[in-house]
Design a protein around this ligand. Structure first.
Ligand code: MLT
Length: 248
C-alpha cells in the first residue's frame, strides 16, 4: 500500500521538536503580523528578506546599509527603518530590495525551523496559493505556530486549521493528529468571522491598544498575496526564484 504523508502542527515553538519529521515542509505561521508582513513585502517585489532573531544582528545589517524592519511587543524599534506592520511593506519602492526583519516571535520561529527540508511562510494573505502548492508536494507537513513568547495563541492555530481543513482530507495524508483536529475545529468555529472570534485574544487586544486595528483586519484578510516565501539558506526568497535557480 502506498505510504501516506503526515501532517502535524506545533501549537507553539516548544512543541516543535516533537513534531519534526524527515522529508517535510515546515510552514511557519505568525499571522499577527510577521508572516503577513513578509508575504506583503514579497507582493511588493522585494528581492529577499533576511529574518534575524536579535536586535544586535539587525544592527549589524543596518550598519552595512540594509533596510531593516524591527518590532518588539508589537511596537517598532525606532532606530530602524520599519516596524512590523504589513502596511510598511505594501510599498512599490521595496521592489528588488533586500530587507532584514526581526520580530518578537515570528523571525525566531523561522530560524528555529531552518534545518527542515523546506521552510515556507504562511498567512491568511497567501492561504490559497500556499494550500494549492502544499497539497502538490510529496512531503510531510509541519505547521509551526510562532505563538507569543513561547505560548499558544489563537490566530496562528486558526490559520493552521484553515489550511488543514482545505488539504487534510486528501487521500495522500495519514489520519490527522489530535492537534490537527483541534486547530481544524478552532478554524471551523472562527471561519465565519475570525476578527470577532479573536475579540478577546491576547495579541489582538495588544495590537488594539497600540491603535493597530487596521493591521489586525489586514492580517485576517484572505489572499492579498500570491507569493510563497521560502527559506533559501538564511534568506527568504519567492518560491519561483528558488526553482529557477535550482533549474539553472
Ligand atoms: C510576532 O513576531 O509575534 C509578531 O509579528 C509581533 C507583531 O508584529 O505584533
Amino acid at each position: 500500500m502506498e505510504e501516506k504523508f503526515k501532517i502535524d502542527v506545533a501549537l507553539c515553538p516548544v512543541l516543535y521538536d516533537q513534531c519534526k519529521m524527515d522529508n517535510s515542509i515546515v510552514v511557519v505561521i505568525d499571522v499577527l503580523r510577521a508572516t503577513s508582513a513578509i508575504c506583503t513585502a514579497f507582493e511588493s517585489g522585494v528581492k529577499e528578506m533576511i529574518p534575524v532573531s536579535t536586535l544586535d544582528e539587525a544592527r549589524v545589517y543596518h550598519k552595512q546599509g540594509y533596510l531593516v524592519g524591527a518590532e518588539r511587543d508589537g511596537s517598532p524599534i525606532e532606530e530602524f527603518d520599519f516596524g512590523n506592520s504589513p502596511y510598511s511593506y505594501k510599498n512599490p519602492e521595496l521592489k528588488g530590495k533586500s530587507v532584514v526583519l526581526t520580530t518578537t516571535n515570528g523571525t525566531k520561529a523561522i530560524n528555529m525551523a531552518k534545518d527542515a527540508d523546506v521552510v515556507a511562510i504562511g498567512a491568511f494573505t497567501n492561504i490559497s496559493v500556499l494550500s494549492e502548492w502544499l497539497v502538490n508536494q510529496d512531503k510531510n507537513i509541519v505547521f509551526l505556530c510562532a505563538g507569543w513568547k513561547g505560548r499558544f495563541n489563537l490566530e496562528d492555530s486558526i490559520f493552521a486549521g484553515a489550511v488543514i481543513e482545505r488539504i487534510g482530507i486528501n487521500s495522500k495524508y495519514d489520519e490527522l493528529t489530535d492537534s490537527c483536529l483541534a486547530v481544524k475545529s478552532l478554524f471551523i468555529n472562527a471561519e465565519k468571522n475570525p476578527y470577532n472570534f479573536l475579540s478577546s485574544s491576547s495579541h489582538r487586544i495588544r495590537l488594539h491598544k497600540l491603535n493597530l486595528k487596521k493591521d489586525v483586519k489586514y492580517c485576517l484578510t484572505y489572499d492579498q498575496s500570491t507569493s510563497i516565501p521560502i527559506l533559501k539558506g538564511d534568506k527568504l526568497v519567492k518560491l519561483e526564484e528558488v526553482y529557477e535557480n535550482m533549474a539553472s
